[in-house]
Structure formats: C-alpha cells, structure tokens
Design a binder for this molecule. Structure first.
Ligand code: FE
Length: 342
C-alpha cells in the first residue's frame, strides 16, 4: 500500500504495499482513513501547515483497512485509524489494534461518553440519530421516543435503512442498554411492522422518501438533512425544507449520538506525531472543519455547530458511553434478524 501525500492522487485507491513510508528522522504521520466524505484533505493540510509534520493518507473502506492492519501486524506503517461510527472503532479495538493514549488535552476536549474509557479511541465529531418527518403530513406532537415508533398508530409510516447499517446496529445497541434485550426485540418487531417499505438505500434516500410521500417519518443521522438544507442544488434544498427534525427521548435518557473517531495504533511507527494529530483534530481550529464542512457536531464543547445544525435546536444527548452501545452490536444484529428487519 502506498500513501497519497497532499492529495496529489485520487484519494480512494489502496495501492501496493510499502514496508515503511519515508526515511528515518522524517517528520510524518501515516493515516488509514475510512471516512467517506472526500473532504478530509483540508484537515491534514492544516495539520502540516501548523506542525511541519507531513501527512500520508491511505483511504479505503473500514473493513479493508481493519483487515489490512491485522495482516500487517507490527510491520504496519499506519499510525492512526480514522473511521465513522463507534461500532467500527469497537471492531478495531476487539482486534487489539489500538494503543491506550491519554493526554490532558484529549481528556479536556472530548466529553467522556464520546471516547473509549481506556483511551483506545476518541470521538472527533458527533452525529445524532434523529426522527425526520414531513412537516405537512405529521404533527411532531405525535412523536416522543424511539420506543414509541413501535406504536401501531405509525403503521405504514416509517422508513429506515437496512439493519446491516452500523448506524442502526449502534442505535439498537443503545436501546438494548436502555431497555434490555427482550424489550428491544419486541420494539424491533413492532417497528418493522410499521415500515412503509422494506429497507432500501442510505439515510438520504429515506429523507427523499419522506419528502416524496412514501413514508412520514425517517430515522436518519443529522448531517444528511443538513447537507440537503445547505446544498447548492435548489431541488435538494426544497426536499430539506419539507422536513422537520425531532430529537427523541428528550424526557428520559436523551437522543442517541454517535461519532466519527480515531485511535492511535498499537504498532504506530510515529506514535508521538499520531498523538499530536489526534490533539489537533479535537482543537477548536479542526473542530470548525467538522462543523462547517462535514455538518457534524463538534465534540469540543467550546466550538459551536454550523448554523444549519444549530437551527435544529439544542437537545439532550444519551450519554451512554459509545463503547457500550458498540459492544452490543452483535446482539443487536441477531435481534434485528429475528424481528425481520432486512
Ligand atoms: Fe454517513
């Protein structure tokens, strides 16, 4: 695998293996990046400007990168693994890929529920899994909790992506933690009975389906709606403007939130630089990037979200540790299978 430096090449390809990138003494850091947003190069460039440390990035999907890290073992050139969803970070942690890292900056800038208790990984940005509804056809006073979506009054009204999505596995993991496995399964069964159609597509497709009248309520991550609302395409803004956001469970544990996150790797050849990069990523400067370019909520409480997200309103977060709901994902998957959630 070779790294793409400064985005000089198309950023998606994994190429042939190199034993080690760069020469001894060179200041650099090597990232395996599974975020699929295509804009993260701006972040790496800013880090290099600030520290003089060159950034090399290999991008691929999370499964490929995790397999790669396992196969490379202690010969891996990678210093840090970046991905979305705590479920995927948990998978990498399970394979013992991360080093335990704790620094005063990381602990101050990242709230406790958005980082691994042993410092194996840290949240860099946050997203909430919310209910998005058609403002004309649904009165938000009808909505309350995730649990209430299993009420027969919502029959034929709910659209959501497949149970194989790590976003849904994590949500279900949080419901197992809150309600227990038995109630979680009854809930999933009731929810599936209320589907407007069998799951298809990603979160954006669910939002479009609600705007098109296929269903009245979508379960979606916040940034997908924010992207529609901030789109340069008038037809996308039009879709977004038909939709309202509802934060469930405000009267009890709060709305399920998840992270984009990263961990320093156990065999990192440039461990100090990786820690510097991690600290940079949670600094106010880099947090503005997550807020303004990828429409995620900053994890650093000092940084305000983008106005489009801020307009959704303040909300109470479920502060269940991301490592806990992620650890429930295998059980979540079995429950969703039994409930017939395709
Ligand atoms: Fe996503």
């Amino acid at each position: 695998m070779s790294f793409v430096r400064f985005g000089a090449l198309a950023a998606t390809a994994l190429l042939s293996t190199v034993a080690m990138v760069g020469s001894a003494g060179a200041q650099e850091v090597n990232i395996y990046n599974a975020r699929h947003y295509g804009t993260d190069q701006q972040l790496w460039d800013a880090f290099t400007r600030e520290t003089g440390i060159a950034v090399n990035v290999a991008e691929a999907n999370h499964d490929e990168l995790i397999q790669r890290l396992v196969a490379e073992g202690e010969n891996s050139p990678a210093d840090i693994f970046v991905t979305v969803d705590a479920g995927r970070l948990a998978l990498a942690a399970e394979k013992d890929l991360f080093a335990s890292v704790k620094t005063p900056i990381l602990e101050a800038d990242v709230p406790a529920h958005l980082r691994h208790p042993d410092g194996l990984w840290y949240g860099l940005a946050m997203r909430a899994r919310v209910l998005v509804y058609d403002k004309e056809r649904l009165n938000p006073a009808e909505l309350s909790t995730y649990e209430a979506l299993a009420d027969p009054k919502f029959a034929g009204k709910i659209v959501v992506r497949s149970s194989t999505s790590v976003y849904n596995l994590s949500l279900m993991g949080s419901i197992i933690a809150a309600d227990g496995a038995e109630k979680a399964e009854a809930w999933a069964t009731g929810l599936v009975a209320n589907f407007a159609r069998p799951p298809e597509g990603g979160d954006t497709d669910q939002l479009k389906a609600v705007a098109a009248g296929v269903g009245d309520i979508a379960i979606s991550n916040t940034y997908y709606l924010a992207r529609l609302l901030a789109s340069e395409k008038p037809e996308e803004r039009e879709i977004g403007e038909k939709l309202g956001v509802f934060f469930p469970n405000q009267g009890d544990r709060g709305t399920h939130v998840n992270i984009s996150g990263a961990g320093v790797l156990k065999y990192a050849p440039n461990k100090d630089n990786a820690i510097k990069l991690l600290e940079f990523l949670v600094s106010p400067e880099a947090q503005r990037y997550f807020a303004d370019i990828s429409f995620e909520y900053p994890v650093n409480p000092e940084v305000k979200p983008h106005p489009v997200l801020a307009a959704f309103g303040d909300f109470k977060q479920d502060t269940l540790n991301a490592a806990t709901f992620a650890a429930n994902s295998l059980e979540a998957s079995k429950i969703m299978d039994r409930a017939g959630w395709k």
